[in-house]
Design a protein around this ligand. Structure first.
Ligand code: SF4
Ligand code: SF4
Length: 246
């Protein structure tokens, strides 16, 4: 059996109560610091402005080629999650998502080539386009009720192949649960909140593996001409505006 299918079976068999136990043991309360919604360096920090630093990185759309440390926020969003976010705010596709930058080449007029999956759209600072901050610097998600699974479950992931491990290496682990960089780790969490997070974490692992299998099964190589970007997701090959690539 293919390993993605094996991992999907394992994801479907995850025990939510055990996941909740692990989340309780690690502990978590979001401080709304915004670190998981923003580019790695804030706009204007380290002598960089949006135009010279993060903005330039964002506009060329290639996080890998970033010469500064102001890499834009990059969080995977599934095709149906994009549609839900669009419907929530009557947004255009491009207001919500951008092609995942990894794998795209730097062309004369911007990124070009083939890539897999979508990332939440970013603003000129490289922050998630839905992130807002009040005068005290407290962060808020303007699409909280419709935010994607990756956001609903941050800073946790599960230790299964084919699932995403956000923001680098795990900093803590317990059973099947991994915890990633976040200042809210180690704080008390209620059982009800831990159970809610555990259910979302399991749902995300299943969805990520279903999506990965869909991408694999629907992948047809295309040969985009110069300057074109083609995104492969579980529904096939698409243009950056989400329309089908014929
Ligand atoms: S990094 Fe952690 S504490 Fe900060 S906003 Fe994200 S989840 Fe909350
Ligand atoms: S959708 Fe909301 S929670 Fe997710 S990265 Fe953007 S602002 Fe943060």
């Amino acid at each position: 059996m293919d390993s993605l299918e094996t991992e999907l079976q394992r994801a479907r068999a995850l025990d939510e109560s055990e996941l909740a136990d692990a989340i309780e043991a690690i502990g978590f309360e979001c401080t709304r610091c915004g670190a998981c919604c923003k580019a790695e360096s804030a706009c204007g920090e380290d002598g960089e402005s949006a135009d010279e630093g993060g903005g330039a990185v964002v506009s060329d759309g290639n996080a890998e080629s970033a010469e500064t440390d102001a890499e834009p926020h990059t969080a995977t969003v599934f095709p149906d999650e994009i549609r839900r976010l669009q419907a929530a705010g009557e947004y255009d596709f491009r207001d919500v998502a951008r092609p995942m930058p990894y794998g795209l080449a730097d062309g004369p007029d911007g990124p070009e080539g083939e890539t897999f999956e979508w990332a939440l759209q970013t603003d000129d600072c490289g922050d998630c386009t839905f992130y807002a901050e009040d005068d005290e610097g407290t962060g808020a998600c303007t699409v909280h009720g419709d935010r994607p699974l990756i956001c609903r479950t941050y800073p946790f992931s599960v230790a299964l192949g084919g699932t995403s491990q956000p923001m680098g290496e795990a900093v803590d682990e317990e059973g099947m649960v991994r915890a990633h960089e976040c200042e809210g780790l180690g704080r008390d969490i209620s059982r009800a909140d831990a159970e809610e997070l555990a259910a979302a974490l399991k749902e995300r692992a299943v969805r990520e593996l279903e999506e990965a299998i869909g991408v694999r099964d629907n992948y047809r190589p295309v040969d985009p001409s110069a300057g074109q970007v083609v995104v492969h997701d579980s529904e096939g090959a698409k243009r950056p505006d989400g329309s089908a690539y014929e």
